[in-house]
Structure formats: structure tokens, C-alpha cells
Design a protein around this ligand. Structure first.
Ligand code: ADP
Ligand code: MG
Ligand code: MG
Length: 638
């Protein structure tokens, strides 16, 4: 989403009537765009990160921490520089779903030089400083994935009351005032998703069962039949879209390379989700999951009862397996085709129109599949468009299919090429950790392309991995499907056939193209069996001319990734769990009280700002304020 512009959202009834109009024109717009840009060549690697932040307000006298709803106010200030000099700013700021969130990106994308890795962390730090300058003395900008007590009584400043019987959300816990107020899009989406679905969204998170955990966990089940008594019940878009994440976008040299990157990064999504897990607490309870993914997926699940398979189809056309926020359903490159083992739903006529216009089977299937969704947000000024030039209807559907990967065509009349976005990661506490994750993934893309690696596994196995990735402690305890020999280009068809899920006569010995490995084995390697992603990156780097500074920066990041993968450094989620469970006030009842929440956030803030140094718990830069105390082990190679 760009800078704030005004707009008049249509009611759900009006939007619903125009769903087919948006679909038809969106597909025509994609066809026109494709015809213009399919042969676009010669774009160079550019990439950028997106970090989302929460504004936290500390009440030191009462030992409370709340979300501060000043995102809009801050954005208006933060955007002033960009409005005055769009090309001269170091950072760009955008609104996000919640009134306590903001999103920051570098002012310009980075380029192909390895030396750019030297400025990623500094840019992230700059962004934090830029926001910090505008904050009140008791406010802090924090890159936490979920605010632990979101939805608890008086969790915001100013305080607001939920309105279960009216308004956009109708939540028992999440007031409409906590939705970003500066643009109607977010409230409108919340209302339309609820109305399309025919009821409020419902997310039930398994509670972490400690010695004194009470079941039922609270009395939500008395107020809503959707609430399961032994789960933490969440009933608003804000519980998911109010979480923060770390995303990356890459520009490819042409459409083929973009398809390859889209596919090859797909099996890495669950691995990186588990690796970056950072959100074990929701609505004041320790849960049995470590990640936001299923919450955010459920928080915008606009499928009707018919579409969810709960009622026979009458009004709707399909039973749809997933929410519009979920993992991708198909690979796009010719190499990926044989691993597309889950049926792709689409309207035949949409698919046919795309194919009749020269779009190949894989891309036509992908686009037609995105378009099974109705628009859930339409503005009156955008209804009638010039399909030769505009792409708003296409973007309307594309940008509300929130998937693990996004395939992004070049915008009209721009110098930007075909891009892919990597979207699974949870955001980390420190700039050092976020920079490390970013540099690791960027380097992986270079290794994938230079060595023509093949990470593809059946897409159904990626889905299986996505569910495992979110379990408590997954990064250490779960095993993930991964391709054993990532150097083969052409895999034996019989082994492939056999390994598809659902095959009844599977012979395990032929299935050894896909093995189950821990995150540690995938990242650090498994003796004699799997080379490991970091050793591959190091081998790639050893053939490059890297200056000493850049080498030092990259090695710090890679060492951190290795240590976290091995468990020597905890995931953010495990660290947070440990903090809560060791807190003197914790009663082994899964409840994260106001005091525990306050102490947790204070400590995370101290770590993030470098006041406290504990590199073996959370990743911290050796460039932080307390440099002198850096253990020598961490200085290796520098
Ligand atoms: P979104 O689709 O998430 O709103 P944007 O289109 O705003 O994303 O792009 C956000 C990210 O893309 C930022 O990290 C930005 O630095 C990066 N970016 C901008 N231009 C390019 C480009 N030409 N190639 C690759 N990444 C780019
Ligand atoms: Mg965002
Ligand atoms: Mg994004």
C-alpha cells in the first residue's frame, strides 16, 4: 500500500454486487500487463526488507505496558520527509492494520553488491531512531511479532472498549479504535470479511498446559459458540493482522527467473517460519504454538460455511481448503510442475481466458486460482478503469491473497521488474537478528541461482511442514520434509510418483528423494547426507571477491544463524517462554499477567537497544553499545 490517499469504501452489499466485475476486469488487466511485460529482460537484482513495528507505552509506576495508538500521528510526521523529497530519504513508512503499528522499509532497494549487507542493519537502526525521536518519553518502538496481552482488558492507550454488538469487528476483546484510523481500508476489510463469512472470524489456539493451567481457560465459550473451552479464543481480524512480520522482496532479471525464485523459496518458507518463531503468547496466555501464521490465516478467513465445507454448496461455487491468507498452492516454473500435487481450484472460464491469451498453463492456473476469491474491499472511485493501463482490479485480488510467497508483476509505467516476495518470517527483536535473517535469505537466492539448486518437494509436503513449523519448540524438535539431493535437476519420475501424498502403494525405499530433517540439519548440514544451507553459502562466498568489512559482517550473521539453528541460541519464542516461566510471579497457570508482560517487554527493549547484553539468548550485534563485553567466541573471524 502506498502513501495515504483518501477514498470512499463501498458497503458490503455494493461490493458483493461488483465481485464479478472486479474479477473479469482484474483478469483482463493481468492479460494486458502480461502481454506488455512478458519479454521484459535485463533487470538486475534489487531487494528490500519490510519490518513492522509496535509502539509500546510503559507505565513504570503501575508496572504496565500497553500498545500506544499513535501510529497514524507518527506516520503523518514520518511521511513529511518523503513527501518533500521522495528520492532522498533513507526510509519509507507505511500504515499497517493496527493503530499501534507502523511499517518501515529502506528508502531505496538494495542492489546486487555484497557490500550492501554492510548497510542493512544500520538502516534498520536508523529507522528505529527516526521513530524514537518522535516518541514520548514513556513510549518505545519494538519489533515484536505479537503484543502478548493484545485483547486483554485496557491493553491500549488511550483505553478503548470492545463493542461485541456493533461496529466493524464486533469482537469480545478487540475494539474498533485499535484499527488504524487514518484510512478506511482496514475497517472496511474487517467488516466485509465478517459479512462475507456470515459470522465473526474464529481462531482457537491450543493453550500451553502447565501444572496449574485451568480448563476452561476463561469464559469465552459462554459468550460465543465458536469458542473452545480448552483453547485461547480470538475473534477479530486484529489478532492476526495486528501481528508484525519481516518480509523480503527480490527483483529478478526476467519472468523466468522470478518463477524459479518463487518456487525454490517455497520449501524454505516453513523452515524459516520455525526458525524465526517469535509469538508464543496471545491474549495474555502462553499457548502451545510459537508462530502467528495460523492466527493471521484465520483472522481474515472470509470463506462462508458452504466454502468451508460445513453446509452443502448452494450460493457458492466451491469448497475451498484454505483461507486467503495461507501457504501457496502451486509452483510456477516448468521444473516445479510435477510437484504440484494438490488440486488447484479455479473458474474454468477464467483459466480459459488466460490460456486463450497466450498465458501458459502454470501461470494461468496460478492467476485463476487467486481469482476464486471475491474482492473484500472496493472504493467507489476505482470501479471503472481503463483495462489497457490500470491494474487496480488485478491488484485488488492479488494484494488480498496473502500467501507465503507473492509473485509480483512489474507495476504499470515503472522501471521495476518482475519480483517475488518472501513472506513467512516472524520479526525478530534486534536489528542484528533481522539483518541476519535478511542477509541469509538474500544469499540463499544467490546460491540457488548460481548453483542452480533444486529444493522442490511436493507442495502437499510444504503444507505439512507449515503446520509443524508452528508447534511449540518446532525449530529444535520437529523434522521437516526436505529434498535430499538438491543438486539433481531431473528427478526419476517413479520416485516422484511414489512420494505423492495419498499414494497407497508407496515404497519407502524409493521415497528417499525427500527426507525429514531438523532445522539444524537443513541449515548446518548432516554428515554425509546433506550439505547444509550455510556451508553452501560459504562455498559460494569463497568463490567471490569479498572485501574484509563485508566478509566480517556476513560471517557474524551466518554464525548467528548457525548458532540459532543448532539451538545454542534460542528462538525468540523459546526465549520469551523461558522468561515467562522463570518469572517469580508466574503461577504455572499459563497466564501472562500485566506485571510479567511489563517485565518481559522492558527486558526485550533493553536487549534491543543494547542496554542489556545476552547474545547467547537472543542475537545481538557485536557492534552494540556494550561492545566491550562481547565474549571472544562471538568475535571469531572478525
Ligand atoms: P508490498 O507489496 O509488500 O506493499 P512494496 O511493493 O511496497 O511491497 O515493496 C516493498 C519492498 O520492496 C521494500 O522492501 C522495497 O525496498 C522493495 N523494493 C522496492 N523496489 C524494488 C525493486 N525494484 N526490486 C526489489 N525490491 C524492491
Ligand atoms: Mg506490511
Ligand atoms: Mg510486503
Amino acid at each position: 500500500m502506498g502513501l495515504l490517499t483518501e477514498g470512499s469504501p463501498l458497503s458490503w452489499e455494493e461490493t458483493k454486487k461488483l465481485a464479478q466485475h472486479v474479477r473479469e476486469h482484474g483478469i483482463i488487466q493481468f492479460i494486458n500487463l502480461f502481454k506488455r511485460l512478458r519479454d521484459r529482460e535485463g533487470d538486475v537484482l534489487k531487494w528490500g526488507d519490510e519490518v513492522e513495528y509496535i509502539i509500546v507505552k510503559f507505565f513504570d509506576d503501575k508496572k504496565q505496558a500497553k500498545v500506544s495508538l499513535r501510529g497514524h500521528e507518527l506516520l503523518l510526521k514520518l511521511n513529511e520527509k518523503e513527501l518533500a523529497d521522495p528520492d532522498g530519504v533513507k526510509s519509507l513508512w507505511r500504515p499497517e492494520y493496527a493503530a499501534y503499528m507502523i511499517e518501515g522499509t529502506p528508502g531505496k532497494p538494495y542492489g546486487g553488491l555484497l557490500a550492501h549487507f554492510n548497510i542493512v542493519e544500520a538502516n534498520m537502526r536508523h529507522r528505529r531512531e527516526e521513530v524514537s525521536e518522535l516518541l514520548k518519553p514513556d513510549e518505545r518502538v519494538m519489533s515484536i511479532t505479537s503484543f502478548p496481552r493484545l485483547g486483554c482488558e485496557d491493553f491500549s492507550d488511550p483505553p478503548a472498549k470492545p463493542t461485541p454488538n456493533e461496529g466493524a469487528t464486533r469482537s469480545l476483546f478487540f475494539p474498533d479504535e485499535v484499527i488504524f484510523p487514518g484510512h478506511p481500508r482496514f475497517k472496511n476489510l474487517s467488516r466485509n470479511i465478517r459479512e462475507r463469512r456470515g459470522e465473526k472470524v474464529a481462531i482457537n489456539l491450543p493453550i500451553f498446559r502447565d501444572k496449574n493451567t485451568k480448563i476452561p481457560v476463561d469464559d469465552s465459550f459462554k459468550h460465543s459458540k465458536a469458542a473452545l473451552p480448552d483453547h485461547v479464543y480470538l475473534d477479530a481480524m486484529g489478532f492476526g493482522m495486528g501481528c508484525c512480520c519481516l518480509q523480503l522482496t527480490f527483483q529478478a532479471c526476467n519472468i523466468q527467473e522470478a518463477r524459479t525464485l518463487y518456487d525454490q523459496l517455497t520449501p524454505l518458507c516453513p523452515v524459516m517460519l520455525a526458525f524465526t518463531a517469535a509469538s508464543p503468547i496471545h491474549r495474555g496466555f502462553l499457548t502451545d504454538v510459537d508462530c502467528r501464521w495460523n492466527i493471521i490465516s484465520g483472522s481474515v478467513d472470509c470463506r462462508t460455511e458452504e466454502e468451508r465445507g460445513l453446509k452443502p454448496l448452494k450460493e457458492n461455487k466451491f469448497v475451498i481448503k484454505k483461507s486467503r491468507y495461507d501457504s501457496i498452492d502451486s509452483y510456477l516454473s516448468p521444473q516445479g510442475e510435477k510437484y504440484n500435487d494438490i488440486p488447484l481450484l479455479y473458474n474454468e472460464e477464467d483459466y480459459k481466458k488466460l490460456v486463450d491469451n497466450g498465458i501458459d498453463h502454470l501461470l494461468a492456473g496460478h492467476i485463476a486460482h487467486l481469482f476464486i476469491r471475491d474482492t473484500v474491499s472496493l472504493f467507489s472511485e476505482k470501479i471503472h478503469q481503463n483495462d489497457e493501463e490500470d491494474t487496480d482490479h488485478f491488484e485488488n485480488i492479488q494484494s488480498t491473497n496473502w500467501q507465503t510467497m507473492r509473485f509480483k508483476p512489474p507495476p504499470p509505467n515503472s522501471t521495476i521488474g518482475w519480483r517475488v516476495e518472501f513472506r513467512p518470517c516472524e520479526v525478530q527483536i534486534t536489528d542484528f537478528e533481522n539483518a541476519a535473517v535478511v542477509c541469509f535469505v538474500v544469499l540463499l537466492t544467490r546460491v540457488i541461482l548460481s548453483y542452480q539448486l533444486n529444493f522442490l518437494i511436493p507442495i502437499s509436503k510444504v503444507d505439512e511442514n507449515m503446520q509443524k513449523a508452528q508447534m511449540r519448540g518446532a525449530s529444535m524438535e520437529q523434522k521437516f520434509w526436505f529434498r535430499k539431493d538438491i543438486t539433481t535437476q531431473i528427478s526419476p519420475p517413479e520416485a516422484n510418483e511414489c512420494c505423492k501424498t495419498g499414494s497407497t502403494n508407496c515404497e519407502p525405499q524409493k521415497c528417499d528423494m525427500f527426507v525429514q530433517m531438523t532445522v539444524n540439519e537443513i541449515i548446518n548440514g548432516k554428515e554425509g547426507e546433506f550439505p547444509g544451507l550455510i556451508p553452501l553459502i560459504n562455498s559460494y562466498l569463497s568463490n567471490m571477491d569479498v572485501d574484509a568489512d563485508t566478509h566480517c559482517t556476513i560471517q557474524q550473521y551466518l554464525k548467528f544463524i548457525q548458532r540459532r539453528a543448532s539451538g545454542e541460541i534460542l528462538t525468540t519464542a523459546s526465549w520469551i517462554r523461558k522468561f515467562v516461566m522463570e518469572h517469580p510471579d508466574y503461577k504455572q497457570d499459563s497466564i501472562v499477567s500485566e506485571k510479567i508482560n511489563y517485565d518481559l517487554l522492558k527486558t526485550l527493549e533493553d536487549i534491543q537497544s543494547g542496554e542489556k547484553y545476552c547474545p547467547l539468548l537472543l542475537g545481538q550485534s557485536t557492534m552494540s553499545k556494550t561492545k566491550e563485553t562481547v565474549p571472544s567466541a562471538l568475535k571469531e573471524g572478525c
